[in-house]
Design a protein around this ligand. Structure first.
Ligand code: ACO
Length: 305
């Protein structure tokens, strides 16, 4: 609960040009288009060839700044959520400062909360923003760099991409809930992504429902009154189960996972940008953003677009 929130001034997204379909995977591991679609809803994903986590972050950030229509010199805070930066340091956010020509007296850092990274970053931005400040919050990943393309149980799930938002402090509702539960058995990225799929599935559905309920309880409204849900795009069945348990029509859950797969910290801002561009999220709509992932972490935010 806070006495001020954020206004989304602009959003942007980027994805590699190269598309990898389910049939492409059927040529490299023992799987099928039918299995992948029925278990996940994913039809294709983008896999970087030339692009990098940084180049995708930059493209998404450029678009968000253009759409926001603000002077980039107003940016006072840059947060980039990622688990797949090309190098440990400098942080992606430092390159964003340099390559976008942003001023130097700003706070810029990267944040790792796996697939909840964008949620944690947006909450952090809201907490840190000065009254006149503007924040650039980015999620960018090339999960293909940590994917074992011989492991059929994980390789079909993930993709590459980026999303970005430009936000300012505003007298609008902003409510959030998060959890952390140290657990490296269900999900971890060492050399490659290692995951106990069924365990993560159960955690994800439960966490999504609980965090959504927690934020709407803070607002004092019912889940049915929320106009749109933009959640981490991991698996259509997780979102369908959550919609059913929360008793809201699945149509209110924006989905683009069929085309992008699971892009970890990029998935929510990438979906947010697509939802806005396709007019499925419009000014005045209430929206819950919700994520879950490695850590194990989960989080949700209620805001008005
Ligand atoms: N193609 C064909 N068969 C497969 C494949 C594949 N790509 N992958 C697994 N299988 C097989 C398994 O080997 C198993 O075979 P067996 O019964 O002979 O042993 C069978 O399919 C069933 O495997 P399960 O893992 O039980 O399948 P399930 O129905 O649970 O679906 C899935 C697997 C899609 C991974 C599911 O568990 C899931 O979505 N979990 C959540 C994963 C997730 O959302 N992660 C992201 C959240 S965190 C983050 O974003 C990093």
């Amino acid at each position: 609960m806070t006495d001020f929130g954020i206004r989304i001034l602009g959003t942007g997204s980027a994805a590699p040009a190269n598309i990898m379909t389910n049939d492409d995977f059927a040529h490299i591991v023992d799987t099928s288009d039918e299995w992948i679609i029925s278990r996940t809803g994913i039809r294709s994903r983008r896999i970087a060839t030339e692009e990098t986590t940084l180049s995708l972050a930059l493209d998404a950030a450029h678009m968000a700044l253009d759409n926001a229509g603000i002077d980039p010199q107003r940016i006072s805070l840059v947060i980039c959520a990622s688990i797949t930066a090309e190098q440990m340091t400098p942080a992606l956010s430092c390159y964003l400062q340099r390559d976008l020509g942003l001023r130097e007296d700003l706070l810029a850092f990267d944040l790792n909360a796996a697939c909840s990274g964008f949620i944690y970053s947006l909450i952090t931005a809201q907490r840190l923003l000065d009254p006149d400040g503007v924040a650039l919050v980015v999620g960018s990943e090339t999960l293909s760099s940590v994917t074992d393309f011989t492991d059929r149980s994980t390789c079909v799930l993930f993709g590459d991409g980026a999303g970005a938002v430009v936000v300012e402090r505003a007298p609008l509702p902003f409510f959030w809930a998060t959890t952390v539960c140290g657990d490296d058995e269900s999900l971890a990225v060492r050399k490659y992504i290692e995951m106990d799929g069924p365990a993560v599935f159960r955690f994800a559905t439960d966490a999504l429902c609980k965090r959504v309920q927690e934020v709407v309880d803070q607002v004092g409204c019912s889940v049915e009154e929320v106009d749109r849900f933009i959640c981490h795009q991991a698996n259509e069945r997780i979102l369908a189960n959550a919609a059913k348990q929360l008793n809201v029509p699945l149509e209110r859950f924006f989905m683009n996972l069929a085309d992008f797969g699971n892009t970890s910290a990029a998935s929510i801002p990438l979906a947010l940008d697509e939802a806005i561009r396709s007019k499925q999220l419009e000014r005045g709509h209430s929206v819950v953003l919700a994520g879950f992932g490695g850590g194990l972490t989960s989080g949700a935010i209620y805001l008005e677009y």
